[in-house]
Design a protein around this ligand. Sequence first.
Ligand code: SAH
Length: 462
Amino acid sequence: MRYLPIHIDTHNARILIVGGGEAAEAKLRTLLKTEAELLLISPNVGPEVARWIEDGKISHLARDFHEQDLEGVTLVYAATEDGSLNAEIAAKAASMNLPVNAADQKDACSFITPALVDRAPMVISIGSEGTSPGLSRAIKSDLETRLPSTLGRLALKTQELRAKVKELMPELSDRQRFWARVFDGKDLTAHLKLDEAGIEDRVDEALTRPDADKGGSVVLVGAGPGNPDLLTFAARQALHSADVVVYDRLVSQDVLDLARREAEYIYVGKEPGGKSTPQDEINQVLIDKARKGFFVVRLKSGDPLIFGRADEELDALEAAAIPTSIIPGITSAASAAAEIGASLTTRGKNKAISLLTGHDAKGFAEQDWKSLAAAHARAAVYMGVGASRFIQGRLLIHGAEHSRPVTVVENASRPNQKIVATTLGALPDDLEAAGIKGPAILLIGYAPRDAARQIFSKVKHA
Ligand code: SAH
């Protein structure tokens, strides 16, 4: 993100607009909604702008711009119809460290103005950093139809109610949880439809059962392979209301970004062969946070119940009598298969698929190699990149053919996904040549369907 969206206080601010034509008019349409004092400098102005001046909404100086005009202003819009003049004004403003926007000259701007959905005081700004104004407008018009005109009044009423809630709940974290419950992630449409009386009723009702939230709990949530589009709806809701998010190394930033911003984030990653958080310590964090009354989201990559050491955590939580639940996720083998368009089971070909780990506590994991080497056997190997030569050796010794297809999907569903289609005979060398370091799934006995990338990789381009 190059441009940081911020909302500037225009109360008592003075905004200078240089120009009186169409470019200035477009900026003014938004600026007129603010509380700022607007000063416009331009020898001549268009009819619409003239009307605003006449109505006393804008102060106007009918002359050319002078450098002194920049004194005492908060923001500057260089919006004449002359590009080089705009750039010149912008340079002067910049030399005085004034935030400046120059019409149609992105490089001369120190800020750019977003598309707005205005339900003041609820305001949504949409920006594409100048890459795609058309797309921003499409998002804006979609939101315009979805967000009711009463939204601003709902926000104002909520502000009033916050004072009442604050009196009853002096602790900030209690209040945050209270409001998360009032506006829980389940039904945004219903929240948006609330009128002033509706929100008051809902707050009163929530205040009469404050104990409902006292006891903490833990939910083990499958974060999927990394692409946030592959999260379940339940996972999203849990992330929205989390007080604490305890997450693993392979949970993607895009998924973490969906969690409540005020939540506490605790990283408990285990680096392969490197530093890691001991399992006992993770268990203890979950228990301690839940005992404090927090809603703890334990985020695990893929599905929490597949190579996720879930039962160690579940046992500890059960022993501590902490209410616990599980939200499944899309496991990386499923995502990898989708990316290459390969059916994991095929009628008449394989009646089973094994999910294997390449490593266990002792090192490379031993498996039932004899049955895995059989011609019809199919397997998805997790944590298998480092063990690929070992796995290859074991399967070949037990009679598997060199030509058996193996497809490796690294970073499945993520923007940096890599697919290597190879054979058992060439597996370790091809992985090395392709620079595959993981996280990756080895799909043994599977080749990508033709043109799989075009047909089956839609989600990752979101
Ligand atoms: N619970 C997870 C597995 C955790 S074990 C699940 O259900 O997917 C860690 C292993 O998962 C990695 O070594 C790798 O084999 C696999 N993995 C996790 N994310 C992946 C991704 N985006 N692409 C490919 N493999 C992934």
